[in-house]
Design a protein. Sequence first.
Length: 393
Amino acid sequence: MKKLISLIAAFGMVTSTGATVVSCAQKTTEVKPEENKIVDLENDTNLVKSILAGNMDENGIINAEKGIKETAITEKSILTSFNWMNTSNLSNEDVQIKQVANTKKYKIEAKADSKRAIGATTIDVNQNIDSATVLKNTNIGNMYVAKGIFDQQRKFFDGDYIKQNGGSENNSNSEFIKTNENTKIDGNPGYIPYTFAMQNAGVANPLIEYLKSDLFIGAMEIIGKANDIGIEKNVFLDKINVNLAWVTSLSGVFANTSKTTTFDFELKEENRIVFGEHIKDSKENKIKLNKTIYNSKNKKNIVENIYSQMDEQFKKTVSIEELVNFSKIHYSNDDAIPSFEIIPGGQNLYGMDALAPFAMQIGGYKGTEYTVGKYKPAQTESGNLGYEITLVD
């Protein structure tokens, strides 16, 4: 049961990714659309025609409360996903999208006056997808870990070392885990790299957001499959393997022939600036935000207003672009308190999903760096992720 809880928590972390931002950590290879690319919908044999889509509103915000097989699918989502998976830059001025009656197929047809698309094609939505086309950004950049993990990185990130020195069973009596109390391991150290890697992967590959509910339930299967194949074959000091087809509840959505993705990363000791320590005139780490700006739901304008409340040290370290790319606004529903969350992946800005410390604790890492003090992910008094936003006139 401990393993199940830890895996669910670890993979629940992908929910913190930004809805539409394709922004990645330092050294990440970012897949950018080609501005002037003309898409031949009918004759281009390289087009990805099995795409992942779901419930995205016109502001680009994804609602992933339901599993991918039950969720509503919007045209905004289809076009956004098609563009991302094909590195194209089409808009609704270029194409029209129509569902083929009573199927999961959609017809995408170029409009007569489009300068970016010609022809027509039929695509599959949420069926027979190659996992690798969703996880296409494979370099997930710098992976920042606290000193207690960084100093013992082989024990956490070297699958071969883990296998030779205790593996995933009965580690509590192994010489392998006799470290100081703050970095004690009594579970499976192999869970730790997935906890960190899936955060970076989610930022680099935003379509993962659609799988929030499915991965929350199917987390154990991914790590279980990695262990079945061999921890030493899937977890390394600078890379880790993931295949979304390993989740049986996603059978049919992802093809059994899906290629496994190898994510490359570089381990770094955590030294980034912590947002909450640099809010001017706020001892309670709360942000003030004008109601009009907040209600506009214009992320850039909201973040610019928040950035103006930060001290000079923060502004010298973190650009406004980085704050925009590596943050998420949680708008209030009913009596909930709105909040501003820093998401993982920033080069200079510390961010970690709120579930990560729980995942690492249950998974075996007993250190305190992520559970107390400045590295503990921020939450409001009502439990919302991020720093509390106080709305003012």
